[in-house]
Ligand binder design. Structure first.
Ligand SMILES: *Cc1c(COP(=O)(O)O)cnc(C)c1O
Length: 361
C-alpha cells in the first residue's frame, strides 16, 4: 500500500471481449482498438491478452504505437488509423497496415513504395461518410481508387468508415445515412477493383446499437475496457484507480484551502490530502465537481486540484491516514466520475500519466 495504482483486471477484459463477440456473427472479425496505450492501460499487456483470446486485428492511431506492439512480439495484423507521411519506413519495416485517408498521404506513400520496389502493400481505405474528420469524400474516391489501381504497390485489405454518433439513438437518422452512403461508395469501389476487401464501420456503441453495420469486421475500443454509458450493464470496467489518504488536516471555519484560496471552510472541516493531481491526469478543470470514495462514502474535492495533490472534504466520513481512496472502480463507475466533471471516460483514461503504476490482476 501507499501509492497510487491503476489496477487492470484482465479477467474483466476477457469478459468484455466475450460479451462483445457474442453480439457478432461467427464470421465477423474483431479488431481491438489499443491506441493511446490501450486507452491508458498498457497496450502491450492488453494486446497480449487479446491475442490469447484470438483477436483478429489491432488498431492504433500512430505508427509508433504499432512499432511498440511489434517489438513486444505481437504478430497480429495492425491497422494504423492516422499514419503520418514521416512514418513510411517504420510502417513497412514493422509490417503495419496504414489507413489511406488523404491524397497527400496516398501520393507520398505510392511514391515511397514505388521507389522501394514494394508490391501489393496491405492498406485500408478510409471513406468519409459524415464524421468529416479524416478520409476520402464520395467525390474523391474515384480519383483515389484510380491511383491505387494504376500502381501495383497497394492491396486494399479493407474499406472502412467511422460513425459520428452511434451512442446517441436520437441521431439514428444521421447514422443510417452514413451507413447507406458507406454501402454505396464501397460497392462502387469494389466494382472498380477486381477483388473483395473487407468492410468495417462499427465502433463499440455501433456494435450494440446498429447491428446492420457489422459488415466483415468491427472495431471495438472503449467496450473492451468496460465502458460505454448505457451498455455498461453487461460490460465490466477493467480499471480501478486507487490511492490513499496521505494526511488529514483539521481546518477551522474561515480557513482557506490550497492555491488561490479557492475554498473557504464554512465550518470546522477535516481535509484529506490525496496524493494525486493534474500531473497524473486529474485535470485542474475537474476542481469544481470531482469526488472520490473513502470507506464507501463520497468525498468531494475542495479547492483547486494541484500538480501532485488534491484535497477532499472528510466531514461526515470516518477516515484515517493511510485509508484507501477509490477514484473509480467496478462499483464507482468511471462514467459517473467523467459525467460529474464534464468529460468522457476516454479522456480520463488516456490522460492517466506514466507516473501512475499499472498493476495487472
Ligand atoms: C478510436 C476509434 C475506434 C474505437 O471506438 P470505441 O468507441 O472506443 O469503440 C474505432 N474506430 C476508429 C476509426 C477510431 O478512431
Amino acid at each position: 500500500m501507499g501509492k497510487t495504482v491503476l489496477e487492470i483486471d484482465l479477467k474483466a477484459l476477457t469478459h468484455n471481449f466475450n460479451v462483445i463477440s457474442s453480439k457478432l456473427k461467427p464470421k465477423t472479425k474483431f479488431m481491438a482498438v489499443v491506441k493511446a496505450n490501450g486507452y491508458g492501460s498498457d497496450s502491450i499487456e492488453i494486446a497480449k491478452k487479446l491475442v490469447s483470446l484470438n483477436v483478429d486485428y489491432f488498431a492504433v492511431a500512430f505508427a509508433s504505437e504499432g512499432v511498440a506492439l511489434r517489438k513486444s512480439g505481437i504478430k497480429t495484423p495492425i491497422l494504423v488509423l492516422l499514419p503520418q507521411v514521416e512514418s513510411f519506413t517504420e510502417i513497412t519495416k514493422y509490417h503495419l497496415e496504414p489507413s489511406l485517408y488523404s491524397f497527400y498521404f496516398l501520393n507520398n506513400f505510392i511514391a515511397f513504395l514505388t521507389s522501394n520496389n514494394i508490391k501489393k502493400y496491405p492498406c485500408h481505405f478510409k471513406i468519409n461518410t459524415g464524421l468529416n474528420r479524416v478520409g476520402f469524400n464520395e467525390k474523391e474516391t474515384d480519383e483515389a481508387v484510380n491511383k491505387i489501381k494504376n500502381c501495383d504497390c497497394i492491396q486494399l485489405v479493407s474499406l472502412y468508415s467511422h460513425l459520428a454518433a452511434t451512442e446517441d439513438l436520437q441521431e439514428s437518422k444521421f447514422t443510417l445515412t452514413q451507413i447507406n452512403l458507406f454501402k454505396k461508395i464501397s460497392s462502387k469501389i469494389k466494382s472498380k477493383i477486381s477483388y473483395n476487401p473487407m468492410l468495417h464501420m462499427s465502433n463499440t456503441s455501433g456494435i450494440f446499437n446498429y447491428p446492420e453495420c457489422e459488415f466483415g469486421m468491427v472495431r471495438s475500443g472503449i467496450g473492451l475496457y468496460g465502458y460505454d454509458n448505457e451498455l455498461t450493464k453487461n460490460l465490466r470496467p477493467v480499471h480501478t484507480l486507487k490511492t490513499v489518504v496521505s494526511q488529514i488536516i483539521e481546518a477551522k471555519k474561515g480557513d482557506s484551502i490550497g492555491y488561490n484560496r479557492a475554498f473557504i471552510c464554512e465550518e470546522k472541516t477535516n481535509i484529506g490530502i490525496i496524493p494525486l493531481g493534474h500531473a497524473d491526469g486529474i485535470s485542474r478543470s475537474f476542481s469544481k465537481n470531482a469526488h472520490v470514495f473513502i470507506n464507501g462514502k463520497k468525498a468531494k474535492v475542495i479547492g483547486n486540484i494541484c500538480m501532485d495533490i488534491f484535497m477532499v472534504n472528510l466531514n461526515g466520513i470516518s477516515a484515517k491516514e493511510g485509508d484507501e481512496v477509490i477514484v473509480f472502480d467496478k462499483k464507482n463507475n468511471l462514467e459517473d466520475f467523467a459525467n460529474a466533471v464534464g468529460t468522457i471516460s476516454y479522456e480520463i483514461l488516456t490522460n492517466l500519466s506514466v507516473r501512475i503504476e499499472r498493476k495487472f490482476i
